[in-house]
Design a binder for this molecule. Sequence first.
Ligand code: NAP
Length: 245
Amino acid sequence: MSERVAVVTGASRGIGRAIALKLAEDGNTVIVNYNGSREKACAVVSEIQAAGGLAEAAGCDVSDFNGAEEFLKAVVKKYGRIDVLVNNAGITRDGLLMKMSEEEFDEVLRINLKGAFNCIRHASRQMLKQRGGRIINISSVSGVMGNAGQANYSASKAGIIGLTKSAARELASRGITVNAVAPGFIDTEMTRALSDQVKEHASGQIPFGRFGKTEDVAAAVAFFASEQAGYITGQVLCVDGGMAM
Ligand code: NAP
């Protein structure tokens, strides 16, 4: 068993999968969380194990307060600790503000923002006992800059930044750092769903002129999770090809 235990929410695909692979490569035992995609999460675990790493898949809807508590309690019961928590699980329900339904607004806030709160709330209990830990929340440039058609998503991702800074202030005295990574446009299923016209327009707003890779985000997360980042807290690092500067 590895000494360091990392929980990555929404790690069955996309950015979460890349984060899980990178943290495993860095020597963490990784808990690969998923909501619906069990097979994909198990495939991520197999990939980690094939590379000599340690991982297990664990299903949980992070937006469920009690479910998140059960999930994280089970991790502590089995491994005795949680060193790294990456709140990555997220969804989009895009649409113009004037057409956005109450359900579309609530669902995005419930999963993206409340899900992160739930996991921080329950994992930090163990980190407080350990007097140490790393929490990394995945925000978005949409939360930094706003984005037409994403009022719900931008609000959730801006909320993540406030949550990050407040938690950072509360938990610093116990050696727990809390930071956020704000990706720009990254090539995943989430952005593959966008129309060619939207993708072309988006690329035009990126100084690099192209979408980023999931590995670009994973590298930033791995830095915040590392020993070297022990004196950095409450920060938001944009991984966006220069989009939000
Ligand atoms: P993705 O490919 O759509 O993957 C989303 C992941 O979240 C899946 O593993 C999914 O698991 C999980 N998830 C969704 N609802 C969940 C829930 N209630 N409980 C637990 N897990 C849940 O998305 P992605 O592009 O990799 O995005 C990952 C994160 O980065 C999100 O927070 C997203 O907002 C953020 N982000 C992405 C981009 C981008 O350009 N792609 C840019 C900025 C920020 P299941 O499949 O098992 O449901």
